[in-house]
Ligand binder design. Structure first.
Ligand SMILES: [Zn+2]
Length: 265
């Protein structure tokens, strides 16, 4: 099995474009709205861990659904975004990087939308926790609101689990291109979690309070154990099995054991 890194998907030529787009968006919000939505996802991680991998997508949280429509529709219209899709509309801006077309996509949510865990929908990490757990951060001269380190870890671990769940349950039903995009996102989630965790600044009290409040504790702990493991020795032959991310490692181990089964030892 090949070891996979998706670092190329986050090379500076691409992420610099996304960061300049983010700068334009925040300036626009400050001037025209008088307030700024909170930045989550990859750029929030970067704000907490300067020098880490940048982001392609821009993930934003607004207080209300109405605010998303009012702000984003106007923003897209005035800033040359293209619309795609009929029922579920998405907007993107295209840019040429090394002769290849790259897309910058906004993903906007609000406190009014649910953020349930896919594998167990009674568990939720509500978006409005941001109201009581947010920090003002500096990102390469850009000042923005992000979730606190502890809350961002919960959101990231939840996203990692949701995507891993999706890969496990839809892995063979989706196209190779979509599967590759999903694997790349899982790899990035794992890198983001490792970087946030690696700061060694996580406040135990705040983290434990959030984990208790959301019921997410066991899932969180299991994922943190998994994230730190990217190779495993075969219990039958001792061979070290490696993978680019923990989800892929699970698959590689299963395939390796299947081979033993077929070979009959
Ligand atoms: Zn083996």
């Amino acid at each position: 099995m090949p070891e996979t890194s998706y670092a190329g998907d986050y090379r500076p030529e691409v992420t610099d474009l996304s960061r300049e787009e983010l700068r334009n968006f925040l300036d626009w919000c400050a001037k025209l709205l008088g307030y700024e939505p909170t930045i989550i996802g990859g750029w929030a991680v970067y704000a907490h861990v300067p020098g880490h991998l940048g982001s392609r997508d821009i993930d934003v949280v607004f207080p209300t659904n109405r605010a998303i429509d009012e702000v984003m529709d106007r923003y897209y219209a005035y800033n040359g975004f293209k619309c795609e899709g009929d029922l579920e509309k998405t907007f993107h801006k295209e840019a040429m990087v090394d002769g290849k077309t790259e897309k910058i996509i906004y993903d906007a949510t609000s406190y009014e939308r649910r953020n349930r865990l896919k594998e167990k929908d009674s568990i939720e990490i509500p978006w409005n926790l941001i109201e009581t757990h947010k920090e003002r951060k500096d990102l390469a001269g850009l000042s923005l609101w992000t979730p606190s380190l502890e809350l961002l870890l919960l959101y990231k671990v939840k996203a990692y689990r949701d995507r891993s769940h999706e890969l496990l349950h839809k892995g063979l039903l989706i196209t190779p291109g979509d599967r590759n995009r999903l694997n790349s996102k899982i790899w990035k989630d794992a890198e983001d979690i490792k970087a946030l965790d690696g700061l060694g600044k996580t406040g135990k009290k705040e983290l434990n309070q959030l984990l208790r409040q959301t019921g997410f504790k066991e899932y969180y702990k299991e994922t943190m154990r998994e994230i730190r493991r990217v190779s495993q020795d075969c219990t039958k032959c001792g061979k070290t099995i490696r993978a680019g991310n923990p989800s892929q490692l699970k698959i590689n181990v299963a395939l390796h054991l299947k081979k033993h089964e077929i070979d009959g030892y």
